[in-house]
Design a protein around this ligand. Structure first.
Ligand code: ADP
Length: 391
């Protein structure tokens, strides 16, 4: 409306600005310019005073004179940048010095902007506003990031709760299937179905346990229950667990292990590691393939191999596939079921045993997954200050 002033409240209206300048006249004139634009101004006349004030007062921006007796503005800026959140505070340097290289020096000291005296009001206010705007956007991005991190944490917790709650019903299904299998109430065809269901339930159980263990390992590390055991007997338990699954896929499994070979390790954890590798060999090899599972002594350790005739793994991916959620051919229509967590669990389990796991080419085709772990757990020989004793 004609003749009537329209007052628009800007977002930085009332923002706090700290002026640091040893020249009283400069302080007065800067205060006047800033207050005319509705900023709230605080002034001090030296670097040490500014640093002391910052322990109790939080400005939104600092105007910092470079030439001051005692501590110069460049030094004050460097000290502010190492304070908690000090690197987020917008700082504009002011100087009456004509030297050209001073600008570069000011930026090296991590100032955000630079103004030469005499300061013109319009220019000062434009620079202050644009830095305030950047600060606001930065604060919004940081708040958004914190929000996303919170949400991600909540989702991970929810995911873990759900997965954990799947364990009990799955155990009930497994027990029911075992009971059906032992009675004579079912005919041969139904028995094949029961075996398939039992194998699928076991596979699901391993997936669930991988997810729970990885979540737990990331928080407190994998807890191992080490004992000394013979690998040959242990392998026959493994064989029973997967044999019918392999048969239903017309997949031949062969097992090789010297009778006397012993290891000090967590048998259950090692079994899940090997079962993950065998699951993969079955999943990623054509029907009718042959997979060899071998254990042998190697120096002071034990070497376990799963040698399949599957599609192999491109060299560029041989390290990545041990990462969480990494799957080859992601997005392809024929992607087989899986979570991309099996090999991540294998790596964690290998490392918890102070061992290594990797994949090589098999000849003429397929992959060899190799696990090497020490035969004896050398806890007593380890550095007592290291935290590896958790495992
Ligand atoms: P998942 O099998 O649940 O996808 P894994 O972590 O066990 O997850 O394996 C990651 C990926 O590595 C698989 O998706 C598959 O692409 C590839 N992979 C694993 N084992 C083999 C194998 N024996 N042969 C070929 N590819 C494999």
């Amino acid at each position: 409306m004609e003749g009537e002033a329209v007052f628009i409240r800007r977002a930085d209206h009332g923002a706090r600005i700290l002026v640091v300048d040893d020249d009283a006249l400069a302080r007065r004139s800067l205060r006047a310019m800033l207050e005319r634009s509705y900023y709230v101004v605080e002034t001090v006349e030296s670097g040490p005073e500014a640093l002391a004030l910052l322990t109790t007062y939080q400005p939104d921006l600092i105007l910092l004179d470079i030439q001051m007796p005692g501590m110069d503005g460049l030094e004050v800026c460097r000290r502010i940048r190492v304070l908690p959140d000090g690197d987020l505070l917008p700082i504009i340097f002011l100087t009456g010095d004509e030297r050209l290289d001073l600008h570069a020096e000011a930026l090296r000291a991590k100032g955000d902007d630079f103004l030469r005296k005499p300061i013109r009001s319009a220019e000062l206010i434009i620079r202050v506003r644009s830095l305030m705007r950047l600060k606001r956007l930065q604060a919004e991005v940081l708040a958004e990031r914190d929000n996303l991190l919170d949400l991600q944490k909540q989702r991970e917790q929810l995911f873990e709760f759900i997965v954990h709650d799947l364990k009990n019903p799955l155990s009930a299904i497994q027990m029911g299937l075992e009971l059906l299998d032992t009675g004579d109430a079912i005919d041969a065809t139904s028995q094949i179905q029961v075996h398939r269901l039992r194998d699928t339930a076991r596979y699901m159980g391993r997936m669930i346990q991988n997810i729970l263990d990885i979540g737990r390992a990331e928080q407190v590390g994998l807890e191992l229950r080490r004992t000394r055991f013979g690998l040959a007997t242990w392998m026959s338990g493994l064989q029973q667990e997967v044999e019918s699954q392999a048969q239903s896929r017309h997949h031949q499994l062969s097992w090789e292990c010297p009778d006397e070979l012993e290891v000090e390790a967590d048998p259950e954890c090692l079994q899940r590691l090997l079962l993950n590798l065998i699951d993969n060999a079955l999943k990623y090899s054509p029907s009718g393939s042959h997979t060899r599972i071998m254990a042998r002594s190697e120096g002071s350790g034990v070497r376990l191999e799963v040698r399949d005739q599957g599609e192999g793994i491109p060299e560029a991916m041989r390290e990545q596939i041990f990462g969480k959620f990494v799957r080859l051919d992601e997005g392809s229509a024929d992607l087989r079921s899986g979570s991309g967590l099996g090999l991540a669990f294998c790596r964690m389990a290998a490392e918890a045993h102070e061992g290594r796991i990797w994949v090589e080419d098999n000849t003429p085709k397929g992959s060899v997954f190799v696990l090497e772990i020490p035969r004896i757990h050398r806890a007593g020989l380890r550095d007592p200050d290291s935290d590896g004793g958790k495992a």
